[in-house]
Ligand binder design. Structure first.
Ligand SMILES: Nc1ncnc2c1ncn2[C@@H]1O[C@H](COP(=O)(O)OP(=O)(O)OP(=O)(O)O)[C@@H](O)[C@H]1O
Ligand SMILES: [Mg+2]
Length: 480
């Protein structure tokens, strides 16, 4: 994978690592990520997105938040493009430098934040600057975007003014609640700043203006509150935040409603837009919503196959695959394993067979609610189960560091039946950060699946070694 010349990797511990100012050409590359379901790194588009896939984006985003324990570290350098290239580029290493109100600073520390995250170093001074500046920020999930604008909103409002000043829209009810929680926690010591949730089921009295300085909600309800119910005067909004823009525009209705809210605002209103991914469609939307933006981007750390030993096993049918899996498991001292199946049915079959063999197994299935999925992942993380069986849809974007064996019980294929290289990399690749050695074993049960292995080998220019799981001695030698 080629890094672009200006993307210089620096160590995250290096407190003085400067940000770089770059000239983003309007043609941005397409970062790949768990939420980037519509195309691969090379811009090849996948088949049309389905309703399922759309729901999945919002659910995946929520799942990420439920299972995340802390900031996602990223050693890449932040790329900054300022609207006015002559103005100095401010970056803060401490929250004190932002000169926040003491009660807000207390709230930040109370959340356990010691220092600004990578993107916050640049985003916070920009969002707090006077005169105000607009911002488009893209960084992978978990890098501190929501915390950043929550802080900006709390700092921006005038608690003495009893009307809505900051408006934030988010794609779903659950995601809006998540953001609200962050604002409430961070604003714990700012008792005069109030927050209202513009979400379904909440219906304040029609025509009576809200007194809450901050409103966070979904586009449909927020639009109603601005236009139909006149609870908010859009002309008095001085900060507009659009979070999770990539998830937002996956639903046409949300996209249009966001634009309709946006059209009611004054041109002096500060516009902020955040996204975890940044394909062309997000970029086009961002340009519509955020005039004259500063742009901040933090690229994902690339996953690599460097530290992974890859194998394939020739099998006849699923029973044969199961036997191979058991042989494999018997031979390895596996810390934890993740096994990928193509369908829920196959995953369920495999789980019952593994349990019958005495393994502690859990199943991550699309039938579970997001909360249940988060609980399954959490148990697996804690090592309560050693094997996690999952379908691909459920497992996108899950980083489980201690997994030393990944088994593709079914190989990843796209809708056309070709190798899905991107998914393959997601399943077994590691970032340099974790860098632990691991094994990937692919079950091959037909000529077609052998073709897929060949395609994957060619794509990554890495050979995948044949493994005979009935030959214990050879297996031990190869996998040592
Ligand atoms: N400066 C910080 N120091 C320590 N932890 C932080 C800091 N900023 C954010 N966090 C924590 O990191 C996690 C991710 O932050 P946040 O939700 O803001 O990320 P995000 O970029 O909005 O992610 P997503 O794209 O999934 O919405 C949260 O648990 C948050 O509390
Ligand atoms: Mg967020």
């Amino acid at each position: 994978m080629s890094e672009e010349s200006w993307a210089v990797a620096v160590d995250v511990q290096e407190a003085t690592a400067p940000s770089i100012q770059v000239d983003f050409s309007k043609k941005v590359d397409r970062p790949r990520g768990p939420r980037d379901i519509r195309g691969d790194t090379n811009g090849n588009s996948k088949p049309e997105k389905t309703e399922d896939a759309i729901v999945d984006m919002a659910e995946q985003s929520l799942l990420n938040k439920l299972i995340r324990k802390s900031l996602v570290r990223n050693r890449n350098q932040v790329e900054v493009l300022q609207q006015d290239p002559t103005s100095p580029l401010y970056s803060v290493k401490t929250f004190e430098e932002l000169r926040l109100k003491p009660e807000l600073l207390k709230g930040v520390y109370n959340l356990g934040f010691n220092r600004p995250s990578r993107i916050q170093e640049n985003a916070l001074p920009m969002m707090l600057a006077q005169p105000t500046q607009n911002l488009i920020a893209q960084a992978q999930s978990g890098t501190g975007k929501t915390a950043a604008f929550s802080l900006a909103m709390l700092s921006h409002v005038n608690p003495g003014n009893k009307w809505t000043q900051c408006l934030c829209v988010s794609p779903t009810y659950e995601l809006a609640l998540q953001i609200g929680q962050v604002i409430e926690q961070m604003g714990e010591f700012c008792p005069d700043v109030k927050l209202a949730y513009g979400i379904r089921g909440n219906r304040p009295e029609r025509g009576v203006k809200l007194q809450e300085q901050i409103v966070i909600g979904t586009p449909g309800t927020v639009l109603d509150w601005c236009t139909k119910y006149k609870l908010i005067d859009p002309k008095k909004i001085t900060m507009f935040v659009l979070d999770e823009a990539d998830v937002m525009i996956a639903t046409q209705g949300h996209r249009d409603q966001s634009l309709r809210i946006h059209r009611q605002l004054t041109k002096d209103c500060q516009m902020l837009l955040f996204s975890a991914t940044f394909e062309d469609s997000v970029w086009r939307f961002a340009e519509q919503v955020v005039p004259d933006p500063n742009i901040i981007r933090l690229k994902r750390e690339e996953e690599t196959l460097d530290t992974i030993k890859q194998f394939y096993v020739i099998c006849r049918e699923k029973e044969d695959k199961f036997t191979s899996l058991c042989n494999l498991y018997g031979c390895l001292t596996v810390a934890q394993a993740m096994i990928f199946c193509h369908t829920r049915k196959m995953a369920a079959w495999l789980v019952s067979n593994l349990i019958a063999e005495g393994h502690q197994v859990s199943l991550l299935s699309g039938q579970l609610t997001v909360e249940q999925r988060a609980a399954v992942i959490e148990r697996f993380r804690k090592g309560q189960e050693k094997v996690l069986v999952t379908t691909n849809v459920c497992s996108r974007g899950i980083d489980v560091e201690q997994v030393s064996l990944v088994v593709n019980f079914d190989l990843p294929v796209d809708m056309a039946g070709n190798a899905d290289n991107e998914t393959y990399l997601h399943r077994i690749g590691r970032t340099g950060r974790f860098g632990r050695r691991g094994f990937a074993v692919n079950m091959v049960d037909s000529k077609h699946s052998m073709d897929i292995i060949n395609q994957i080998e060619m794509h990554f220019n890495r050979s995948i070694t044949k493994l005979d799981t009935s030959n214990l001695e050879e297996m031990e030698k190869l996998m040592s």
